[in-house]
Design a protein around this ligand. Structure first.
Ligand code: SAM
Length: 329
């Protein structure tokens, strides 16, 4: 197809291309071509060319450029998608529409090996959900978050990429040589970056598969010597760490209050506690604060340092985090 091009000597090509781009005159739909010592740069609006380039205007055949194709361009609407490593997660109740989106994702330029749709809510003590595999064949992947790699199998362990910012907020508070206990550690998205900041981390989880991945992830991120991984119920497996923690992470929002006696037993003289909770919007921080004060009893002073809304969880309900300081009396 014949399009307007500026024809210039090859050695001037890059400078002219930059001028055209700065003036928004570069035609991105057609390829730049070279013929002998001349370079042909397609332009969008010949009438707007500066005089010195207008003198070099020619008409010339130019090949169309392959443009990246997004799922939205293929579908004609913007689907709701989430990325987890090389997995794309669709959030669709309608099976037919989910399959249509999966086909578009696979036909697009998104780097992706597998497309999954949520087949159940997050369930049970291990907080895992079921999935429909719409394309590809695996539920295992390696996800990158703030420079760290986490291998995981979404069908076997809990992991939410949506919490990356919240995890980072908490991780940034860690200083070298702290003793941290992550009571509900999953595959290590708190424990491993905290160890990378120089903390010694004890990471516990009831899910054996999560602990296997956590150990692999500690190796993968070069912090294995700073991470002690423990499989089992944190109430029964962490006696050896009583009175040691400078920092406790309690990321089990629906039932963390049932573990506050263990948290208080693990806390050292002065301990930062990150307590996740799900509560009604009318009083999102009150129940957690009261439960922590009750568990601390006369043993610790309790000071609430941050009341933080992580995200909306359901209509009128919030996922929140209380950053609390426990100081032994
Ligand atoms: N902190 C991780 C993250 O951000 O990905 C995992 C959080 S997930 C909401 C809660 C984790 O607590 C799950 O991996 C689950 O297996 C674990 N869990 C549940 N009950 C537990 C218990 N009694 N002792 C230790 N871990 C437990």
């Amino acid at each position: 197809m014949s399009v307007p091009c500026v024809a210039v000597a090859r050695e001037r090509g890059e400078a002219v291309r930059e001028r055209l781009a700065d003036a928004c005159l570069l035609d991105g739909d057609h390829r730049i071509a070279v013929d002998g010592d001349t370079i042909y740069i397609p332009v969008t609006d010949p009438g707007a060319l500066p005089d010195d380039l207008a003198d070099s205007l020619v008409e010339r055949d130019a090949a169309e450029r392959d443009r990246p194709k997004t799922p939205a361009e293929i579908l004609g609407y913007e689907p709701s998608l989430e990325r987890l490593g090389d997995i794309v997660i669709v959030d669709e109740d309608d099976d037919e529409r989910a399959r249509e989106i999966a086909d578009a994702v696979m036909a697009s330029d998104l780097p992706c090996e597998t497309v999954l749709n949520r087949a159940s809510p997050i369930e049970g003590e291990l907080r895992v959900r079921r999935w429909d595999v719409l394309a590809g064949n695996g539920t295992e992947t390696v996800h990158r978050e703030y420079g760290h790699e986490f291998a995981l199998d979404v069908a076997e362990v809990y992991f939410s990429p949506r919490l990356a910012t919240e995890r980072h907020r908490v991780i940034e508070q860690v200083t070298p040589d702290e003793s941290v206990i992550d009571m509900f550690a999953g595959v290590g998205p708190y424990a491993i970056p905290m160890a990378a900041r120089g903390a010694d981390v004890v990471a516990c989880d009831l899910n054996d598969v999560a602990i296997d991945y956590l150990r692999e992830n500690a190796e993968r991120n070069g912090v294995a010597e700073r991470v002690t991984a423990i499989a089992g119920d944190v109430r029964e497996t962490t006696d050896a760490y009583a009175d040691t923690a400078d920092r406790l992470v309690m990321n089990l929002p629906h039932s963390a209050d049932a573990f506050l006696d263990t948290a208080v037993a693990l806390a050292g003289e002065e301990c930062a506690l990150h307590f996740y909770d799900i509560q009604h919007e009318d009083d999102p921080f009150g129940p957690g604060t009261r439960a922590i004060r009750e568990a601390a009893g006369a043993e610790y002073d309790v000071s609430v340092e941050t009341e933080h809304v992580v995200k909306s969880y359901a209509p009128h309900e919030y996922n929140v985090c209380l950053d609390v300081r426990l100081t032994r009396r």
